[in-house]
Every structure is written in C-alpha cells, then in structure tokens.
Write a protein that binds this ligand. Structure first.
Ligand SMILES: [Zn+2]
Ligand SMILES: [Zn+2]
Length: 156
C-alpha cells in the first residue's frame, strides 16, 4: 500500500514543500513550520527544543504515482485471461488431434475404396468381355443354318 505523510500542524498530506527539523527529523510543510516557529521553539510533534536555523528543506525526486493495487488487480485479470486462452488452446489442440485421427482414418478408408473400385472395374471389364463373347456365341448359335438347297447342290 502506498504511504502518505501528514503535516501535524495543518493536518494535511504533504505532497510538496517538505521541511524537517535537524534536531528530531520530523517533517512538516515548509510554510507551516516557519509559521509555527514564530510562535513556539519546540517541535510540534515530539516537543524537543529547536531553533529556526535547525530547519532543513527536503527535496524529493518526483516520480509518477503508481497505483499498485490497481496494477496488481489488472495483472491478475491478465493472468486469468491468459489462463483462459491456454485452456482454449488446449481444447483446440485436443480437437485438432481428434480431427487428424479422423482424417487418417478417412484416408485409409479412401485408399480401401480406391482399391475396391479398381478391383470392381477390372471385374466389370472381365464381365463385359465375357458378355461380349457370350453374345458372339449366341449370334453364332442363332445364325440360321445354311439353306438345304445349297447343301443339296453341293452333294449333287
Ligand atoms: Zn502543514
Ligand atoms: Zn520532532
């Protein structure tokens, strides 16, 4: 948690114009302490005796305020989102594995079908040839016998 510093004289947060007492190290607003020392020679916090020449101005390197709790919250949200995405990725990977297996199976099936198709094609060709031969035989058997007159002629 970020900490804040309060000026005990005006009871407000010290954001700038820091001043400290070298005698005790307590920090106040510059203007508040100067005004205080015109009325009292004691630190308003610890009551140690001090003098105006014991005042020391403090200078801090200013850095932008970082809202740590907000950042942590956002970080957690991002981590949760990443974990969600990871789960989605895992699910997709599993789905891809299943699809790849199915694809392999389909490929094997296709190869078998192609083999069967080739065999059937060959069978059909043979059948056609056989039918053609059969037709020829039928034509031969069906063809009318030579006229008897002709044969008579041959024999006479
Ligand atoms: Zn003050
Ligand atoms: Zn003090």
């Amino acid at each position: 948690m970020p900490t804040t510093h309060m000026c005990i004289i005006c009871l407000e947060i010290i954001n700038s114009n820091f001043i400290t007492l070298k005698t005790c190290g307590h920090v106040f607003h510059d203007g508040c302490l100067q005004h205080w020392l015109t009325m009292s020679k004691f630190c308003p916090l610890c009551r140690i005796k001090t003098k105006e020449n014991q005042m020391l101005k403090l200078f801090f390197e200013e850095t932008p305020m970082v809202d740590a709790p907000k950042l942590i919250k956002e970080n957690h949200k991002l981590i949760a989102k990443l974990e969600e995405k990871d789960t989605v990725i895992e699910t997709l990977k599993a789905e891809i594995d299943v699809l790849q297996k199915q694809l392999e199976e389909l490929k094997t099936e296709k190869e078998e079908y192609e083999k069967n198709f080739q065999t059937e094609k060959r069978k059909l060709k043979r059948k056609k040839k056989a039918e053609e031969l059969l037709n020829c035989t039928i034509e031969l058997t069906d063809s009318p016998a030579p006229p008897k007159k002709k044969s008579k002629r041959i024999w006479t």
